[in-house]
Design a protein around this ligand. Sequence first.
Ligand code: R5P
Length: 286
Amino acid sequence: MKIIPGVSSQVLATRIAAELGGEACLCEYKKFPDGELYTRVFDGLKDEEAIVVQSLMADTGLISLLQLIDAVEEAHKTTVVIPYLGYARQDKRFKPGEAISSRAIARGISFAGIVDKIYVVNVHNRAVLEYFDVETRPLDAAPLIGDYIAKRRIARPVIIGPDEGARELVKAVAAPHRFEYDVLEKKRISGDEVIIQPKELSVEAKNVVIVDDIISTGGTIAEAAAMIKAREANEIYVACIHGLFVQNATLRILNAGVKEIIATDTIESIFSTISVAKMIADELTR
Ligand code: R5P
């Protein structure tokens, strides 16, 4: 197996390679003056299995992934690991004439039959995986967050999801360690504004970990944290699988009284204290 790191997933790819006892292949990525991308994989891949690791959190991530898939064409098998599948929130047509973005991306990646298998970590909606034309397997990093909370020795934590959509996620974080869990009710007003409706939660004097799959602008988490703080919780932590942290997300979250932000390395940032590398490596060798 040869691990091919995409431009957005260089640290994670290196960690996966280390878990497998090797090194990630050296690649070159650059941008031409007109903004077009250039990608090159230095290692030969004849008779090898190529594992391309690339998160898709910006449009360039997708172009880079398509280029890598093309670059490894001499490999006898090509597996793609997508730690963060962007555009998955546009999983259906909400208004007539809209593109189903996740389907467009899935079609692009599986087109031409080069890719043999795909793994995606905590896709926002698993139904999206059906848009891919090749075998696509979901991976769940939620238990790793639960393990981290346990190791971090946060006393008697209550795991809170900011909305009903996070219920399964918080359950997967909390259940193995028998942490208490619940969800809030969220209403989205605009792209970066949400209102969290209060719910009868017993968070008073307790340590709370707010868990969501994605943190983008931080609006959802900041609102949830403010509400939980108003209910006199003790310490408030925030954990997510995919930390995009766009615009002033970090400030918004910290200003809401959050003690610590925890994320995985599906998107690499200073908050990536949990690695999904071993989970992915174990799956690749299963
Ligand atoms: C939405 O359904 C997701 O699970 C997240 O709650 C959302 O993407 C977070 O976005 P933001 O950080 O911009 O509020």
